[in-house]
Design a protein around this ligand. Structure first.
Ligand code: MRU
Length: 362
């Protein structure tokens, strides 16, 4: 998508066979900085330190991590080490495993001398495929927004609530939840986005608000607890979120707080859609609450906060008593029964085993 008129992707090849570039998302919204990943270790750290994040982009970065590893050490042992190193970076988004398995399947049984070139080509393909998938999600979700738009008084926007960042920054381009929104905006359908701040890391405030603003999409930042209240007052027409892992029966695991929004939407009759590439479907899992590993992150994400001070410097401050006990679950599971539909690259599926099976073959 565009940053002040210049088109960008979130990951790109800098030197073929040697390095890739990424946007350092930990610096947004105050600074736009790009970083070079020149080794397997750089790629693994970029994922675990959340310079890149969001399920599809984690997968794309892992694919390039394997390509970097194949350039460093294309032996069976080298690639097995790379797979393990990358696999351990983050536990919840299943695109990571998907991308690593794609690379492993491609490179196994190939001569060492050809592995690097194959890996770089497949990583590039995975990125291009992700862009096409996001665009298809956008095309399939657009009619949902258009159907609401025709019921609104002239000029009034469709109000869409989203959580975390399931925007183009979370994918290679276009985003998942945001793809239908960007397409509606570009088609001239009036849209307005309620952006949940998304504590504790504030991906809504720092990333979603930033990317919507840079592209020109009208939006308003809200505290995490406001969504239910807005729904009670008729100010939300629909919710669209992303997902890090979707089970075979349509449960969705997404950024912590998504479940509460789905409950509020159910109580207020607001449609709650989840947008996803099929690469986030984990066909091996049915019951998301019981079976999906939930990432536990450091307590400092709750006790410290970063922001820009009056002198322009980015500073971190403590916001909780020193030594306070903290629990920081990064994701939660929204059961399929609370999901109105799953917007995928193949169409909008009912959130059920049958609904997903009708669109995707195992
Ligand atoms: O912890 P993060 O920032 O990687 O979590 C990201 C999300 O929860 C997104 O909403 C999700 O990956 C869907 S992305 C298209």
């Amino acid at each position: 998508m565009e940053i002040d008129g210049t088109p960008y992707r979130t990951i790109w090849v800098e030197t073929p066979g040697r390095s890739v570039g990424i946007i350092d998302q930990t610096k947004l919204p105050h600074r736009f900085e790009t970083v070079t990943l020149a080794s397997l270790e750089d790629a693994a750290r970029a994922i675990s330190d959340m310079l890149v994040r969001g399920a599809p982009l984690i997968g794309a970065t892992a694919a390039y991590g394997m390509a970097l590893a194949a350039s460093e050490d294309p032996s069976d042992a080298g690639l097995a080490r790379a797979y393990d190193r990358l696999y351990r970076t983050r536990p919840t988004a299943v695109n990571l495993r998907w991308a690593l398995d794609q690379m492993r399947a491609l490179l196994d049984n190939r001569a060492e001398g050809e592995r690097a070139a194959l890996a770089w080509a497949r990583a590039a393909e995975i990125c291009d495929e992700d862009v096409e998938i996001s665009k298809a999600i956008g095309r399939n979700g657009l009619p949902l927004i258009e159907a609401i738009a025709v019921t609104k008084p002239a000029g009034e926007p469709v109000n869409i609530l989203t959580h975390c960042n399931a925007g183009w920054l979370a994918t290679v381009d276009w985003g998942t939840a945001t793809a239908p929104i960007y397409m509606a905006y570009e088609k001239g359908v009036p849209v307005h986005v309620w952006v949940d701040e998304t504590r504790p890391r504030n991906q809504g405030a720092s990333l979603t608000a930033w990317e919507l603003g840079r592209h020109g999409v009208p939006h308003t930042l809200i505290a995490d607890n406001v969504g239910g209240h807005l729904m009670q007052h008729g100010l939300v027409d629909l919710c669209i979120t992303g997902t890090d892992r979707t089970t075979a029966r349509g449960d969705v695991c997404n950024k912590i707080g998504t479940y509460l929004k789905a409950l509020a939407a159910e109580d207020n009759g607001v449609p709650f859609y989840v947008a996803l590439p099929s690469t986030t479907i984990d066909w091996t899992v049915e019951d998301g609450v019981a079976e999906i590993p939930i990432e536990q992150r450091g307590g400092e994400e709750l006790t410290r906060i970063a922001g820009r001070a009056a002198d322009g410097q980015v500073v971190e401050v403590d916001i909780a008593p020193e030594g306070v006990a903290v629990r920081n679950d990064a994701f939660d599971v929204t059961p399929a029964r609370l999901v109105t539909g799953l917007i995928t690259e193949r169409g909008v599926a009912e959130a059920s085993k049958e609904g997903l099976a009708a669109l995707f073959e195992r």
